[in-house]
Structures are given as C-alpha cells and as structure tokens.
Design a protein around this ligand. Structure first.
Ligand code: PFF
Length: 453
C-alpha cells in the first residue's frame, strides 16, 4: 500500500464498500446449500447467534486494528507486535486459496446468465441433468471460469474498481428487490410451506458440532472475516466514523441477503423434490439446480432468470475483485513486484489452482479428499473450516491477551461510546477462543474419519 492512503468519504461510503465485498456468492450460493444440508432451522439459528457474537466482535476488532494502524493485515499485526506478524501471513493465504474456486463458481454463474439470455435455459425437469452434464465437461466450465477470472483481472489491472462499484450500487438494490420477489414466489409454490418450516423452525435433534463449524466457517466467509480484508478496509476509514454502528449495518445487510437467498432456494427444494434428503444435500450445485426450476415455473421466468443471474454476477464480481485486489497488493508489497507483474502472477496462480476445482466434477472426479471431498470442497474446507478459524483464534488471543481489548475499545470510542463493550470483551477473551478450539478439533477429527459427531 502506498503512503498516501485514500479514505472513504464517510460512513456510508465505508459501509457500502464493505458490503460490496461481503455480499457475494457466499450469501446467494453458499448459505442456502449449507442451510439445506445442515438441518435448516438449526443452522439458521446457530448462524444468527454466531453473527451476533463472534461475527460482531471479530469484525469490530479487525476494522479497529486496520484503522488504528492504517495498514493492511500483514503490516498491521507486525506494527502492533512483531511476534504476531505470522497471523497476518496466515490471513493473507486465505484469499489466495479462495479466489480460484470462487471464480470457478463465478464461471458457472456466467454460463447460466448466457444460457438464460440466449434462451437455452434448462427446463424444469431437466435442470439436474443440465447442470450435472455441464460441470462434468472439461472444456466448457474451464472456459467460463477463465472468462470470469479474466474480467476480474482486467478490472483489477486497470484499477477500474470504482466503475464496477458504481454499477453495483445500482445493481445491489435491484438484486434485493428481485430476490424478495423470487423468495415470495418460492414460498407460495405448492408444497413449499414444509420447506419454509424446515428453514425457519430449528430441529434440535439435527444439532451437531459440524453444524456449528459449518455455520462458523460460513460466517467468516460471508462477512469477509479472518482473512485480513476488513483490516484493510478499516485502514481507509476516518477516525470520526462510528465503527459499532457500521458493523451493525454491514451485518444486517449481509445476513439479510443470505436469509433471503435461503428463502428462495430451500422452499423450492421441497416444492420440487418433496424435501428429499438427497436433494437437500446437493451441496455446491443446489442453487444451479433449484432456481432454474423456479424460473421455469414462473411467468416470464426466462427474463427473470437472466436478470437474476446478471445481478448475481455483479455481486460475485465485486467480491472477486476485492479478493484479487488483496492478493495483488500482498504480492506487490511482499515480493516487491510492480503492479503489472503482480497481476499477471496472481492471475496465473489463480488459473492453476482453479483448474483442479473445475475438473473435479468431471475428468478428475475420482480424486476425493478424505474419501468424500472434491477439489472444490477441499479448497473450501481448508480455507473456511481450517485456516479461517485458526486466524480468528489467533486474532482473539492476540487482542484478548497481548494487545488487550482496551486498545480496540479506545479506537472504537474515538467516535462515541462503545455500547456492547462487555460483550465484546467476553467474546474475544473467552467465548470465541474456547469454542473455536473445540469446534476445530472435532471437525478435523471428523473429516479424517477418526470420530463421528
Ligand atoms: N464475502 C464474500 C461472499 O460472501 O461472497 C466472499 C469474499 C469476498 C471473501 C471477498 C473475501 C473477500 F475478500
């Protein structure tokens, strides 16, 4: 980062920029399939509890560290305490792992947009096969993945993020309205009420440690936490902006969109497949299989589908741009590369790392990690279920016991009273570190098949 740091013009500018990074495929694609897979209402409940505690405390801490030091993750940890510089480095690895597979999914969205525009959208009863056949191919998904990451790279290379952000400020509200329309339509499909109940009412018999781990990983992912992004955003905020209310607004925005995405998808799974566990457990494919069925049954569905995928593409692009921008600036700073080389190298690495994720549903489909995970699931697992909890844990320990919460509280109080100060201290010092260690331990043992929880 240069010495002349630009800053957001005010609170609104900051909240919108952070929301642009936060709202993306995580909300629209990842949240619904996890909620469907991990018991519906119980997942939603755990997620909301975590958002109000872990999410809120960690986001406040990260933004405050950024604003206090005026630096991005690696520099910020180093400036506060040299011994903890490694936390910044681990955080910096996360976007390097996420960007490639994020772009594979972005490619699927691009393909669906073009299919809907050109009138080749999958019809209702064929959408399972349509999607399955598509991702099982070698060339086509790679082509769409390359287009998506190519657009991202061009935007980052020419530094025209502002242009995209402007467009996305118009697109985002339209996305919210359209998602609302689709959600209402989904909820009233025949047979969908069972799905609404499944999604909203918690069934405690479905609770397990894996539910909490999945919800926690999703929370970090969706809110762009535990990977240094919010530290960087924090470094651009002026001192008189209230961090507490900004965090609240970003969380409401992010969670609201995720909730609505669940409402679009999960009731529809019940309407079309009667809530069959196999249909609910479809994982990464869920959105691409279920939503075309919804669109096929809607009047004007092809147009609605095209508009929907266009909006999702924009949400995905603002997120992938913020991911790539982060990685490019790390390469620039740490390897002392100029921007052009840094962009080229990041693009090459991302394409290389993305290929296995793309091929993992076809040509390389036999390669499974821990006996069950495809490449994409594996990269997703390593970043969301391992590295991000580790970074979150270390951040809590660092702030709770090394830097001390007071440093963060003072930073927050530059713009007025820190209302939920006690909750913040309790979460950072005790609740989050203890829970993260327990959850992480169980989940790794479970993934390796050593225990069954
Ligand atoms: N929060 C984004 C999403 O939910 O889609 C994913 C993401 C974007 C994570 C940008 C990190 C990031 F820097």
């Amino acid at each position: 980062m240069g010495d002349q740091r630009s800053s957001f013009t005010g609170k609104l500018g900051f909240v919108l920029a952070a929301a642009g990074s936060a709202v993306g495929l995580g909300n629209i694609w990842r949240f619904p399939y996890l909620a469907a897979q991990y018991g519906g209402g119980i997942f939603l409940l755990v997620y909301i509890i975590l958002a109000l505690t872990f999410g809120y405390a960690l986001m406040t801490a990260e933004i405050a560290i950024g604003r206090k030091t005026g630096l991005s993750a690696i520099g910020a940890f180093k400036a506060l305490d040299k011994r903890y510089a490694f936390v910044g480095y681990i955080a910096a690895i996360v976007p390097v792992i996420i960007l490639p597979y994020y772009s594979v999914i972005g490619g699927w969205v691009t393909k669906y947009l073009v299919a809907f525009i050109s009138g080749q959208a999958p019809v209702a009863d064929a959408s399972d096969a349509y999607f399955g056949d598509f991702i099982a191919q070698t060339g086509e998904p790679i082509l769409w993945f390359s287009i998506f990451i190519g657009i991202t790279a061009v935007v980052v290379f020419f530094g025209v993020e502002k242009g995209i952000e402007k467009v996305s400020k118009v697109m985002m509200p339209i996305l919210i309205v359209l998602a609302l329309v689709i959600a209402v339509y989904s909820v009233f499909l025949p047979g969908a009420m069972e799905g609404v109940k499944y999604y909203i009412l918690p069934d405690f018999s479905k609770f397990s440690v894996t539910t909490v781990l999945a919800a926690m990983g999703q929370l970090f992912y969706s809110m762009s936490l535990a990977m240094g992004i919010m530290i960087t955003y924090g470094s651009y905020i002026k001192k008189d902006v209230s961090l507490e209310s900004s965090v609240k607004q970003i969380e409401i925005f992010d969670t609201g969109i995720a909730f609505m995405a669940g409402l679009m998808v999960i009731p529809a799974v019940f309407a079309f497949s009667g809530g069959d566990p196999a249909a609910l457990g479809k994982g990464p494919s869920l959105m691409f299989i279920t939503l075309p069925k919804v669109f096929a049954s809607m009047p004007g569905g092809t147009i609605i589908g095209a508009v929907f995928f266009l909006l999702v593409l924009f949400a995905a692009l603002t997120s992938s741009i913020s991911l790539m921008e982060t990685v490019v600036s790390i390469f620039q700073d740490k390897l002392k590369l100029n921007r052009t080389w840094s962009c080229v190298i990041v693009l090459l690495i991302s394409v290389l790392l993305g290929l296995p994720s793309s091929l993992g549903f076809g040509a390389w489909g036999d390669i499974l990690f821990f006996g069950k995970m495809s490449f994409l699931d594996f990269f997703d697992f390593i970043s969301n279920s391992v590295l991000m909890p580790v970074v979150a844990f270390l951040t809590c320990i660092f702030i709770g016991y090394v830097l001390k919460p007071k440093a963060i509280i003072d930073e927050v109080e530059l713009a007025g009273k820190f209302k939920r100060k006690d909750l913040f201290v309790f979460v950072i010092k005790y609740l989050a570190p203890i829970c993260i260690v327990l959850i992480l331990g169980f989940s790794i043992l479970e993934a390796m098949g050593i225990i069954k929880v």
